[in-house]
Design a protein around this ligand. Sequence first.
Ligand SMILES: *Cc1c(COP(=O)(O)O)cnc(C)c1O
Length: 373
Amino acid sequence: MNTVTASIDLDALQHNFAVVRRHAPHSKIIAVLKANAYGHGLLPVAHALARADAYAVARVEEALVLRANGITKPILVLGGFFSAEALPLLAAHDLQTTIHTREQLALLEQAHLPAPIKVWLKLDTGMNRLGMRAEELPAFIERLTRCKNVVQPFNLMTHFSQSDEQDGPATQLQIAEFNRLTAHLPGERAMANSAGILAWPDSRSDWIRPGIMLYGASPFGGQLASEHDLRPVMTLKSQLIATRACKQGENVGYGGHWVAPHDTILGVIAVGYGDGYPRMAPEGTPVLVNGRRVPIVGRVSMDMITVDLGPGARDKSGDEAILWGDGLPVEQVAEKIGTIPYELLTRLTARVFIKLSRAGEQAPSLIEARRVA
Ligand SMILES: *Cc1c(COP(=O)(O)O)cnc(C)c1O
């Protein structure tokens, strides 16, 4: 009896993982599980992706949750460490980290650790967010090579700023710059995110870092995951809790912004911004009710939305409503709202129940798991 449910299709997850392998058969795969596995549930996703070569998270805390739950696979902390206290934790739990600032290098040099740490030197090749720049690199590399707290040789990575734009020159330039800067270094390399894996063959190096494509959403604006043979993993569902006839000229919801242009039937669905469904969702955002796409009318409330079911609609309380997923690609919902699938998937709140299923089995599913807080 859970009102809003994120149904997680583990078969789809494994299918998408196979698609990653198909694109880069010679690369090792770091499955990116940050932000509660993009909202899909950290631990169940980690267990389902047991064939990945490593996992990546953004923060040390996320990595510690994985270790505390018995995950022994290599884990890379993409955001790296920011304080001296984090270093003994990284060493004790065998966590790998990126390094991208001189402050981090100084902390590493000064630390007394039980064991050296595996690090990935992050190079800025055009993102201008995190990463060492070319001019600072030689001195940095020399110190890192001499650092006793670092497992040698250290690895190398960079991150793309525009890999979702398939015809611009930026990504190819970043790849060339990364190859130029690292040509003389012995460590292993990692460049590609999902867009790189799908669209930039030269970025499929020793390691690849797929995130969004594992979850069955497209990294490219204007392209659906299905065009890349990816299947949606999450279907966000709720139900109609009321229907009512609405006369032409009546207004609906807070602010009374929507006025019925004709007599129609409205449906109220139990989902709102308290579940993480964005309040910014405009009128016309599609919802799937009994196989039909119906538009949101009026504002999104904390616990409810209203949809126009259409004149003569026969839907009734208790009928299922799909907010995105099976039959309603999250890309299309995100585009209508003016955001990206990443944000919709990761912003669900603790009120949403995560339910694991395998497509081959009939609902209700066998396993249920609470979100990892
Ligand atoms: C989030 C992240 C990824 C995964 O990106 P997707 O676009 O979701 O595939 C890869 N690398 C880094 C450094 C990241 O932060």
